[in-house]
Design a protein around this ligand. Structure first.
Ligand SMILES: NC(=O)c1ccc[n+]([C@@H]2O[C@H](COP(=O)([O-])OP(=O)(O)OC[C@H]3O[C@@H](n4cnc5c(N)ncnc54)[C@H](OP(=O)(O)O)[C@@H]3O)[C@@H](O)[C@H]2O)c1
Length: 282
């Protein structure tokens, strides 16, 4: 790269976000890496060059979003911002009938509203550079194929996909490209965090409701990263492609499981998908 390009990444201290931050840092990008815990920020800084700046960023908190935009604007000046990577996310999982509605709302608050809010605030900085600009939204194979008991997470990723498609069209006039990255299983702390969140939510659900879905609740302790899960660096390389390619793709799948999942969703009738999913859960 002959000029230094600046990117903002949300949720950049762990998993895929950290892999993206460090990979883009190595490629020579100036990286503003979103963090929530100071200790996590320090750990990331220790692994990166001086071109990486941690910024306090909770995507559910408008004040930290505004502050991030100010810091980035002051640092980039007229050159503006090159890219936004909407990576931060949580997983709320369980049977839709009995999940507390406020947990489902929080799922959307982080994965959908958080990404949109950050994007809205940063679009003027993307436009400012005058020559393109990139938005890369980290979705999931679950943004194309909904699997049972991950309804809230899948719904949030389906919503993110729709917002990405709308934005891609709406921002064409300014040559701002929007790409969606759809990973399959990736080895990150997300799996542990999902299990802990699901167990916490389960404790708040009435025993008679839990009894209805006993098999699901009995298996919560088994949630873990599957053996096939890929390293987060695999996603980071794809995110870099979406940021660098002259004509980025609208969607990138990462991993064979993501490719198969998307094919199933596109080609098979709903009833057949249900049968396949039921067989898998046995
Ligand atoms: N891992 C997979 O198998 C997989 C598969 C498909 C798609 N994805 C997607 O890939 C992306 C990254 O996931 P990951 O696996 O790397 O997850 P992860 O290891 O759990 O990291 C998630 C990151 O998001 C941050 N975050 C959570 N809530 C936030 C908030 N309100 N504001 C700002 N940051 C927040 C977390 O910060 P804290 O550490 O402070 O909580 C963390 O840094 C997500 O969009 C996920 O849906 C993951």
């Amino acid at each position: 790269m002959d000029d230094i390009r600046t990117v903002v990444i949300s949720g950049a201290t762990k998993g895929i976000g950290a892999a993206c931050a460090l990979h883009l840092d190595r490629l020579g990008f100036r990286v503003f890496a979103g963090y929530r815990s100071e200790a996590d920020a320090e750990r990331l800084r220790a692994r990166a060059s001086s071109g990486l700046t941690p910024v306090k960023l909770d995507v559910t908190d408008g004040a930290t979003i505004a502050q991030t935009a100010e810091i980035v604007s002051a640092a980039t000046g007229e050159a503006g911002l090159w890219g936004v990577v909407n990576n931060a996310a949580i997983v709320v999982a369980g049977p839709l009938e009995v999940l507390p509605i406020e947990e489902i709302r929080h799922q959307f608050e982080v994965n959908v509203m958080g990404a949109l809010r950050l994007t809205q605030v940063l679009i003027p900085l993307l436009r400012q550079g005058g020559g393109g600009g990139r938005i890369v939204n980290i979705s999931s194979v679950n943004g194309r194929l909904c699997t049972p008991y991950s309804g809230p997470y899948s719904a949030s990723k389906f919503a993110l996909e729709a917002l990405s498609d709308a934005l891609r069209f709406e921002l064409r006039r300014w040559a701002i490209e929007v790409s969606i990255v759809e990973p399959g299983a990736i080895r990150t702390p997300l799996w542990d965090a999902s299990r802990k969140r699901a167990l916490r939510i389960a404790r708040s659900i009435a025993p008679e409701s839990k009894q209805l879905y006993r098999r699901v609740f009995d298996r919560l302790n088994d949630v873990k990263s599957p053996a096939r899960a890929l390293a987060p660096e695999r996603v980071a390389h794809v995110v870099a492609q979406a940021l660098i390619a002259r004509r980025p793709r609208t969607r990138y799948q990462v991993g064979w499981d993501a490719r198969v999942g998307v094919l199933i969703a596109r080609l098979l009738p709903g009833r057949l998908i249900d049968l396949l999913l039921a067989a898998r859960r046995r």
